[in-house]
Design a protein around this ligand. Structure first.
Ligand code: FAD
Length: 480
């Protein structure tokens, strides 16, 4: 038997959902409600980042768009705080809210490949691994990120950077249409022909406009086997290698994507014993083109300075996508921040190399992605993601295990990021948003010139700001 349920209202204050309303809601659901005290509750409220410890009032594991509509109607009519969980991987933890209703899409993970039309249909709770599993057997992939447990929805709604970025752009650049439930409970289709303003907004603007129950995204052929380069350099050589990489990637073909990671040498037989556990630079590379051409394009990156080790190998596309999976287990403490910069200048390089040596945790990395290619050729006004004149993304990925070390790691991340932003700031990237502190500044800084257009679309589709626990764009005045 159900009783009145304590919940948080949209402002976060204490409220109550009456037993009768809860029972009526439950009777119409296809999926499952999980309440505090039930055995499934602890598991269902946990997300990837072990720093996040929120206790929702109710979690609804939806089974389809109809359930999502019921949740949105309940939250709006009863004034309950709402959060939406895709893959639950955003470091800021806004997939869960304290006291409110969580729309949990983890039971909505189906993926369907339309081979003939090179389109994949992806439900709102699918992970990158779910997508790759269905598309790779057809020799195709849609651009995503590089760890397979990440949710496709959250990643794509704010952009999504991965190995295909220079060849085919962001994940969001490849979205052809979405099914989305908006704040008034309508299930809409948004694509180039239907609700084009909404279609523009969801390609970069995040979950501010509704719950995406399904994406249709473009597929591209990927080689059966890829030469996956993993070159390891000592920290002494890191600055010279990064300078070389910067200049080399400015002229490189779109097929070549690299990721430079200032990290820690693993305890592996292929790493000389004296380097294991030391600060090193990884240069990882992936050439998405004829396999015979790959070696010629990656060789200069290997030979620009002496390597500590070369761990390169041929891999299937799915193996490439899984390469980092074991490095990011759920439940660890994570604080990630990111900045997109216009130039990897010598002072920026000097800063990141120096910062590497002062990491409070050897699990932490500073990752540098060269942009450009197809990403850079998209008109900044074509999607909400906006600015395309950024040359590199610098991600600070602080990872540690002991809660006593929270402050040291968070402080190191903030100080280090600020130093680089002061040298070459372009914008922030909301997929790596720390603990969502300074939300308003961060959101404005992320969208730049596109912000006011996003506010106007928010005012049209979510005037009461139901989806406020996302990286919130407050509604502008209608028609502004
Ligand atoms: P969630 O926390 O579930 O959601 C994130 C946000 O999106 C929340 O505000 C949520 O409410 C909203 N949302 C989720 N689903 C929906 C939906 N269906 N409809 C509407 N709103 C929704 N990013 C990259 O660009 N490239 C990478 O290679 C990359 N690698 C990563 C690796 C790891 C291990 C992790 C943890 C993150 C990585 N990221 C990467 C960042 C990632 O893109 C973001 O964390 C992203 O928000 C994760 O999406 P999610 O669905 O798992 O997260």
């Amino acid at each position: 038997m159900m009783a009145d349920l304590p919940v948080a209202d949209s402002s976060g204050s204490r409220s109550v959902l009456k037993k009768a309303a809860l029972e009526e809601f439950r009777s119409g659901l296809h999926g499952r409600i999980i309440l505090p005290g039930e055995s499934a509750y602890e598991g269902a409220r946990k997300i990837w980042n072990g720093m996040i410890d929120r206790k929702p009032g109710l979690i609804v594991q939806c089974r389809g768009a109809d359930d999502v509509i019921s949740c949105i109607n309940l939250a709006r009519e009863e004034d309950i705080l709402l959060a939406v969980r895709g893959g639950g991987h955003n470091v800021a933890g806004n997939a869960v809210c304290e006291g409110g209703l969580v729309i949990d899409l983890s039971e909505m993970r189906s993926v369907r490949t339309d081979v003939n039309n090179h389109v994949v249909h992806i439900e709102g709770g699918a992970t990158l691994g779910d997508v790759d599993r269905e598309t790779s057997s057809h020799g195709m992939a849609t651009p995503m990120g590089v760890v397979t447990a990440t949710g496709y929805a959250g990643l794509t709604l704010h952009g999504g950077m991965g190995w295909q970025l220079r060849k085919h752009g962001l994940a969001s650049d490849n979205v052809l249409g979405v099914d989305i439930v908006t704040a008034d409970g309508s299930l809409l289709r948004a694509n180039a022909g239907e609700n084009p303003d909404l279609f523009w907004a969801v390609r970069g603007g995040g979950g501010n406009f509704g719950v995406v129950t399904s994406f249709s995204s473009g597929l591209h052929p990927v080689p059966e086997e890829v030469l996956f380069s993993v070159f390891v350099f000592s920290l002494d050589n890191a600055a010279a290698v990064l300078r070389f990489m910067r200049d080399y990637m400015a002229e490189a073909p779109d097929e070549l994507m690299v990721l430079a990671a200032l990290w820690t040498a693993p305890d592996l037989p292929d790493i000389p014993p004296q380097h294991r556990g030391s600060h090193v630079l990884f240069v990882l590379g992936c050439y998405i083109g004829p396999p015979g051409d790959a070696e010629a394009f990656v060789k200069p990156l290997r030979t620009c300075r002496p390597t500590v080790a070369d761990l390169s190998s041929r891999k299937s596309w799915v193996e490439v996508q899984k390469f980092f999976d074991e490095d990011y287990p759920p439940g660890r403490r994570y604080y990630w921040k990111s900045t997109l910069i216009k130039g990897l200048t010598d002072p920026v390089i000097e800063a990141v190399v120096r910062q590497t040596a002062s990491r409070p945790s050897m699990l932490t990395s500073i990752d540098i992605w060269p942009m450009g290619g197809a990403f850079g050729r998209v008109d900044p006004a074509a999607t909400a993601f906006g600015s395309r004149d950024v040359a590199f993304t610098v991600n600070y990925e602080s990872n540690w295990d002991d809660a006593d070390n929270d402050q040291a790691n968070i402080q190191w991340t903030r100080t280090s990021l600020k130093e680089v932003q002061d040298l070459s700031q372009a914008r922030t990237y909301l997929n790596f948003a720390g603990l969502a502190e300074d939300m308003e500044k961060m959101v404005r800084g992320s969208f730049g010139d596109n912000f006011s257009r996003l506010q106007a679309i928010k005012a049209k589709y979510d005037p009461a700001n139901l989806f406020r626990t996302n990286f919130n764009i407050s509604p502008g005045k209608k028609g502004s």
